[in-house]
Design a protein around this ligand. Sequence first.
Ligand SMILES: [Zn+2]
Length: 402
Amino acid sequence: MVLTNARVIDGTGGPPLESASVHIEHGRIVSVVSSEGEPSPAGALDVEGRTVMPGLIDAHAHLSSDISRSPGFGPPPALKGELPRPRELGYFVLAKTARVLLAAGVTSIRDVGSYDDEAIALREAVQLGIVEGPRILSCGRIISATAPGGAIFTTMYREADGVDDMRRAVREQLRRGADFVKLMATGARSVLAEDPEPAQMTAAELEAIVDEAHRLGVRVAAHVEGLGGARLAVEAGVDTIEHGLSLHRDAALLDAMARAGIVLVPTLSTFHDLAERFTDKFAPALVEQAKRQLEEAYATLAAARAAGVTLAMGHDSGPPGDNAIELVRMIDGGLSSLEGISAATRGSAQALGLPDVGTVAPGAVADLLVIDGDPLADVRVLLQPEKIRMVIQGGETVVSRA
Ligand SMILES: [Zn+2]
């Protein structure tokens, strides 16, 4: 496959290449060269006026079919008098989610917590070609200290206490088929009985998880809200910080993240959800807390950018397919369009630990979007599915609105 006359945004943050040809063979990009004045090779697809960029990568998602987390997920709740909705409906919702994500240009996604093993089941369904969907990485269950959140999130969590139990919890996730490990370094903003400020695990517990995961070759994502947990997580050597909204209060910690290559996934959208969108769904004290956290999250985005921390796009919201709103918000928060797009592509690929995706470069997996228009001029084109004319996944055209 050859795409000619494209404006190419390569995901690395460099300026776009005009009138370029992208050659794809056996699922990978072979070359990206100027096609200015060259005759189009036979069979090439002329995409004049359109932009070719890497597929979007969502580094923080909850694919779970359960509706309790965020309106927009899962089957609609039964009305009074209707039979209860069968649990199995959730799997059809997951299949639909996978297709919707792909149609919205999301070619890879990292699930950081679902009920039971739903994300792993969906990953298998996609890999087997039963449903079309993005490449999925799953953490299995989230490793948390015994905490109030466990009573709310039930089978999304594996509660563990003490270093041996932490190691066992990591091993259990790999036994389930997890691709990486997610831990709760602090409490969660969505749980009234948890204070998100202090560390929820001890340094020794965090270190045990990171040691076990890294020795076995998988990465570690840390849910971090307050600074206490942020410090322990960075010192323990986690690979990604999720949310991390307090980091603007400690410049040295951001510097340490930049030096160590720890990626920040700011998840601005989730703070908008709690502070603005679902104010009638959450306890009033949590809504008030989220208003403060929303401001902190934007302050941290700016401080992390200034410190040179690698940023990734994590929507952490719904409905599926609206993921690029997080990219829009990162740009509203001070990133340039180019920086935002590289966060949503190469930055996120770095968060996932997938060096082969997230760029338009020779050797990279051909996960590409063909966009009607120029997302550098108006990134909101990525929110309009009809503008995403093609989604190419591993060299195969999986969505075509040509
Ligand atoms: Zn989340």
